[in-house]
Design a protein around this ligand. Structure first.
Ligand code: SF4
Length: 200
C-alpha cells in the first residue's frame, strides 16, 4: 500500500516507519503540526523531522506554516466545552485538525491510505484519536490505516537514540508546556479531577 504517514515529530516516527516498511508499504512522511509552540520549538521539531527523513531516506512534505493564532482560537473554543475525566476536548480538536489535513493531502496526492505516528505514543488519547481518524476517513473518502504502534514504543526510543535525534520534553502546545513544568497547574488539576470524581 502507498501510505501517507502523518508525523508529529522525528522520534515518534522511528518505530512506525520501520514497522510499515517491514510490512511492505511505501511510505511518505507528512509534517503538519500547528499545535507546536513556541516558534523555536516548532522549528526545532520540523528540522528534526527533516533530519530523520534524510537519515532513513524517506520522502517528506513539511508544512512550515506556524498557525499559532488559529490553534489558540480553536483550543480555547474547545476548552469551553465541559472537560470529562477521560478526554481533553482541546486534544480531540488537535488530533482532528492534523489528521484531517493529512487525509486531504493523501486523497489529493494519490495515496491508498493515511495514518499517524501519534499512534505510537502511550501519552496520547489513543482511542479518541482512532475514533477521530475513522470519522475523518469516512468524510474525506480515503482509508485510515490503523495499527497500534504502542507495542514498539521502547524500540522507537532506541532507534531515536541511535539516530541521535532531538527529543522534545512536552507534547506540543503551550498548554502542554504549562502542564509539564508548572507545579501550580499540577496542584490545581489534581484538585479539579478530585472534585469531578466526587461529583460523578
Ligand atoms: S496536549 Fe498535545 S495533543 Fe493535546 S492539544 Fe496540546 S499538542 Fe495537541
Amino acid at each position: 500500500m502507498k501510505i501517507l504517514l502523518h508525523m508529529c515529530c522525528g522520534p515518534c516516527s522511528c518505530y512506525p516507519l520501520k514497522k510499515l516498511r517491514s510490512d511492505g508499504h511505501e511510505i511518505k512522511g507528512y509534517f503538519f503540526n500547528p499545535n507546536i509552540h513556541p516558534y523555536k520549538e516548532f522549528k526545532q521539531r520540523f528540522e528534526t523531522a527533516l533530519e530523520f527523513a534524510e537519515k532513513v531516506n524517506m520522502p517528506l512534505e513539511v508544512d512550515k506554516n506556524y498557525d499559532l493564532r488559529s490553534f489558540l482560537q480553536r483550543a480555547l473554543t474547545a476548552e469551553k466545552r465541559e472537560e470529562t475525566l477521560t478526554e481533553k476536548p482541546r486534544c480531540r480538536m488537535c488530533y482532528a485538525w492534523r489528521l484531517h489535513q493529512a487525509a486531504i493531502y493523501a486523497k489529493e496526492n494519490g495515496f491508498d491510505a493515511f495514518t499517524s505516528t501519534l499512534f505510537v505514543s502511550p501519552y496520547q488519547l489513543h482511542n479518541v484519536m482512532k475514533d477521530v481518524a475513522e470519522k475523518i476517513a469516512k468524510a474525506v473518502g480515503i482509508e485510515f490505516y490503523y495499527e497500534d504502534f504502542r507495542t514498539g514504543w521502547d524500540e522507537g526510543v532506541e532507534i531515536c537514540q541511535e539516530l541521535e535525534l532531538y527529543r522534545q520534553p512536552y507534547c506540543g502546545c503551550i498548554f502542554s508546556e504549562e502542564e509539564r513544568y508548572s507545579n501550580r497547574w499540577k496542584k490545581q488539576h489534581k484538585k479539579k479531577m478530585k472534585k469531578l470524581r466526587e461529583s460523578m
